[in-house]
Ligand binder design. Structure first.
Ligand code: SAM
Length: 280
């Protein structure tokens, strides 16, 4: 059955994440996204505004919405920026099966339609705005609006991540958090030369540890913030005056995403149990 028919038939008012590419990164990170909203609540009681750069199917949007439900009585605003169109440099990624699959899903608007379906399942009291444009165009159009949380999860190659972070620095409120996905390893852990040589690639193997990572995210985060706290690959820093400081999510209760299916939930729970002793 075509996904659009399936959405109408089996997923009325229910989020659709039953696709192998629905949640692209480690599901455990969504727990820490929800915890980040808990962290914000401890420093700002009035409604917050979130900016998400890169939304894909909307799994992360749903997690932010759950955080707002949990800590802000389903009030607040989520602004989603995504071009929902093919974006990989194909010359650099021609061997990668996941890239071909993602590009195909973006090309025929499947991803955008699923995103629209998924955000429609969010409580109406949460305001969702979406901007179908390249992040650069979005940032250039921003005049004075500021955000409490900015989540960076679009193109993971170095120049793009660097640009998304740099542009976010001016748009964050005092006390706000800039965060992002896919910091599998920090620069001090990987072979730096290899990371730099592959800065245009999405995902590579580190020759020092043998583990896979996103060199662009690792390089750009290090360049702007240095070593940061991260939780299963989700990273975050808080703006305090003219400094960027690490935050702690250690004592924030664990909330599992209700939009996850059994498989995603199991993966999140197992991963959480593996890392729970090392939570910052
Ligand atoms: C990794 S996915 C986002 C996943 C999503 N945050 C989640 O956790 O469910 C990256 C998304 O960024 C979008 N994207 C890539 N480069 C972009 C750019 N330069 N501007 C806007 N969107 C971009 C893609 O269309 C894709 O949907």
């Amino acid at each position: 059955m075509k996904i659009s028919d399936q959405l109408k038939k089996d997923y009325e008012k229910k989020p659709f994440l039953d696709h192998k590419r629905a949640v692209l990164s480690a599901p455990v990170r969504h727990i820490f996204m929800i915890s980040t909203i808990g962290f914000m609540k401890s420093i700002k009681s009035e409604n917050i505004s979130i900016l998400e750069i890169g939304s894909w199917f909307g799994a992360s949007t749903l997690s932010w919405a759950q955080g707002l439900k949990e800590y802000y009585d389903s009030k607040g605003e989520i602004n989603c920026v995504d071009a929902w169109k093919p974006f990989f440099e194909l010359e650099e990624h021609k061997e990668e099966e996941y890239v071909a699959e993602m590009e195909k899903l973006l090309e025929d608007d499947t991803v955008f339609k699923i995103f629209l379906h998924n955000i429609n399942t969010i409580d109406n009291s949460i305001k969702i705005n979406y901007f179908r444009q390249m992040s650069n165009e979005f940032f250039n159009s921003q005049k004075s609006k500021k955000y409490d949380i900015i989540f960076i999860d679009a193109d993971h190659t170095y120049n793009s991540v660097l640009n998304d972070i740099k542009k976010s620095l001016d748009l964050i409120n005092e006390g706000g958090v800039i965060c992002g996905d896919d910091l599998n390893m920090q620069l001090c852990e990987v072979d730096k030369i290899n990371a730099k040589e592959n800065h245009n690639k999405d995902f590579i193997r580190d020759i020092k540890t043998g583990r896979n990572f996103h060199p662009g995210v690792t390089l750009a985060v290090d360049e702007i913030f240095g070593n940061v706290n991260s939780w299963g690959g989700f990273w975050a820093v808080q703006k305090v005056g003219d400094k960027w400081v690490n935050i702690s999510l250690k004592n924030i209760p664990i909330v599992y995403p209700t939009h996850f299916n059994d498989d995603l939930l199991l993966r999140a729970k197992e991963h959480y149990s593996d890392i729970k002793e090392e939570i910052f």
